[in-house]
Design a protein around this ligand. Structure first.
Ligand SMILES: [Zn+2]
Length: 282
C-alpha cells in the first residue's frame, strides 16, 4: 500500500452553529463553536490539501451572518457566549486575510505550491479557498454528484452554499465517482448524505498509521461515539438520511478494519488534541 510522507492539521477559523446541524436529533437551541479544519499531506506526488475553510468575504458578510442567526437561534445571551475568542458580534472567525493563505504561510507554502486539493462538499465553510486554488491553477477534486448538486440550482445560499466560491472560471475540477487514491497514501472515500456528493479522506502514514478525516459526515466525536448520523442532509429526502447513516457505518467499519484514527470534521477538542508536532505527523 502506498504511503504518504507527513501531514499537518490546519485550523482556518471556527463557526458557531446549532448542535442540531451536527447531530441527528440534536438540540437546535444549543449553539456550539466548531472549528474549520484543513488537512495538508506531503506525498511523493506533492502537497495535497483536504478542505479549504471559509472565505474572508463570507467571514465578513452581513448576509452570511444573517444565515447563522437563523430563526431557530436562541437568546442573544446564549448566541454570543463565545469560546474560543471571536469578535463579540459575529458567528464566525477566521485567520487574517484569506484563511487558506494564512494557514499555509507558517509552513512556508502558498496555494500555488499544492499539487492537488480535495473538497469534501460545497458548503461555504469548506469551499472558501477554492477561488485561490483556481487562481493558482491547482486541480480540485470533488465528487461528481457534488458538482452536479452545485450546478442543479438546489444548493441555496440560505442553506450555506455560496456559488461564488465554486463558479470561478478556470477552476480545474477533477471529479471522482468511487473510492479513489488521488495521491500516494491519500484516498477519497465517498460518504454521501450530509450533501449528495460528500467525501471523506483516508491518509496512510509510515509511523502513525491510518487517519480518516470524516468532514461533515460526522461533525463531532459524539456522532462517532454514539453512532449518530449528521444532523442535516442538504438533499432533504429520507433517502439522503439513509445515505448519511450508511456513510457513518462505512466510516466506523473502515476505521475498525484499518485501526485508524477517526477524526470528526468540526470538533474543537479533537482538533486541538491532534495538533501537528513540529515537522508534522509522520
Ligand atoms: Zn457541511
Amino acid at each position: 500500500m502506498a504511503l504518504a510522507e507527513r501531514m499537518f492539521v490546519l485550523q482556518y477559523g471556527a463557526e458557531r452553529v446549532s448542535k442540531a446541524l451536527s447531530l441527528a436529533g440534536g438540540d437546535p437551541g444549543h449553539l456550539y463553536w466548531e472549528p474549520l479544519v484543513g488537512v495538508l499531506v506531503e506525498t511523493s506526488a506533492g502537497w495535497v490539501l483536504f478542505d479549504t475553510g471559509m472565505s474572508r468575504r463570507n467571514h465578513d458578510s452581513v448576509e452570511v451572518e444573517r444565515v447563522y442567526r437563523g430563526a431557530d437561534a436562541p437568546s442573544a445571551a446564549e448566541r454570543w457566549h463565545l469560546r474560543p475568542a471571536a469578535p463579540p458580534d459575529r458567528s464566525t472567525w477566521g485567520l487574517p486575510g484569506e484563511p487558506l493563505v494564512a494557514a499555509l504561510a507558517p509552513l512556508g507554502l502558498a496555494p500555488a505550491d499544492l499539487a492537488l486539493a480535495v473538497v469534501s462538499h460545497l458548503h461555504w465553510d469548506h469551499t472558501g479557498g477554492i477561488p485561490a486554488l483556481a487562481g493558482a491553477g491547482v486541480e480540485v477534486v470533488l465528487h461528481a454528484d457534488e458538482l452536479a448538486w452545485g450546478r442543479s440550482g438546489l444548493a441555496r445560499f440560505d442553506a450555506g452554499f455560496d456559488a461564488a466560491d465554486w463558479t470561478v472560471p478556470g477552476t480545474r475540477w477533477r471529479t471522482v465517482d468511487v473510492e479513489t487514491e488521488v495521491a500516494p497514501g491519500v484516498r477519497v472515500l465517498p460518504t454521501p448524505g450530509h450533501t449528495p456528493g460528500h467525501v471523506s479522506v483516508q491518509v496512510d502514514l509510515p509511523a502513525t498509521g491510518t487517519w480518516i478525516f470524516t468532514a461533515d459526515a460526522t461533525d463531532l466525536a459524539q456522532n462517532l461515539l454514539d453512532a449518530v448520523p449528521c444532523g442535516s442532509c442538504a438533499g432533504g429526502s429520507p433517502e439522503d438520511e439513509r445515505r448519511a447513516a450508511a456513510s457513518l457505518e462505512l466510516l466506523l467499519a473502515r476505521a475498525r478494519a484499518t485501526d485508524a484514527r477517526l477524526i470528526p470534521g468540526h470538533d474543537q477538542v479533537v482538533l486541538t488534541a491532534i495538533r501537528h508536532p513540529p515537522g508534522g505527523h509522520r
